[in-house]
Design a protein around this ligand. Structure first.
Ligand SMILES: C[S@@+](CC[C@H](N)C(=O)[O-])C[C@H]1O[C@@H](n2cnc3c(N)ncnc32)[C@H](O)[C@@H]1O
Length: 200
């Protein structure tokens, strides 16, 4: 494993103020991916490649396509992926995930990009999931704000809170998925597609 390099990438990202997954969250997700034998992932929100490098280093054979719209972060991610010798398993693409199109199917869709657009991104990319697909959404805790209806929320945060709350509730109540919300790291939503029952 690229442990030393991963630590360097993480520390550099924290130093540069680049948002990356919290330790507890990334640790949980990498084990979940390995235990679920996930072999392909579409990640929205590469940043500098930290999460994709951790996942690909930990989960044998996992292939990742990851989208990032910030050119500087994308450039850094490409550099980090090369340093980790993972160019054959991680493909970083410099694109706006809200307008990009992919034909490929993936076993896992990992939403860790623009939080306010999670629902929109889910709707764009749900057709890219395989029949046994899993959706993982990071950062659904929002410092506990979402779980505390009594809390006073600053006016500018209200639209984001409403969007995040609605999306989380929709996913948790959607019968097409077996979903759980975990207060791990920055809050994770894990939704596994249920098998569709045919009437034939
Ligand atoms: C929380 S960070 C990703 C962290 C990364 N997954 C990790 O843990 O190492 C979210 C990233 O999404 C990117 N982003 C925001 N809007 C985007 C969009 N429309 N398309 C693609 N990437 C976007 C941001 O530039 C930022 O780097």
């Amino acid at each position: 494993m690229n442990e030393e390099l991963i630590e360097q990438i993480k520390n550099q990202a924290l130093q540069d103020g680049v948002p990356i997954m919290a330790d507890e969250g990334i640790d949980y997700v990498k084990r979940f991916l390995r235990d679920s034998q996930v072999t392909s992932m579409l990640e929205i929100g590469t940043a500098v490649g930290y999460s994709s490098i951790v996942f690909a280093s930990f989960v044998e054979g996992l292939r990742i396509v990851t989208l990032e719209n910030d050119p500087e972060r994308y450039r850094k991610a490409v550099e980090n992926i090369a340093r980790a010798n993972l160019e054959d398993r991680i493909t970083a693409i410099n694109a706006d995930a809200r307008t990009y199109h992919l034909d490929e199917k993936f076993q896992c869709l990992f939403l860790d990009g623009p939080k306010a657009h999670n629902e929109e991104l889910y709707k764009i990319y749900r057709d890219n999931l395989t029949d046994d697909g899993i959706i993982i959404v990071d950062d659904v805790y929002l410092y506990g704000i979402l779980d505390d209806p009594q809390r006073k929320i600053k006016r500018r945060l209200r639209p984001l809170v409403t969007k995040l709350r609605n999306f989380r509730e929709e996913m948790l109540s959607d019968p097409a998925y077996e979903s759980e919300y975990l207060k791990i790291g920055d809050g994770l939503l894990i939704c596994k597609k249920r098998e569709t029952i045919s009437n034939e």
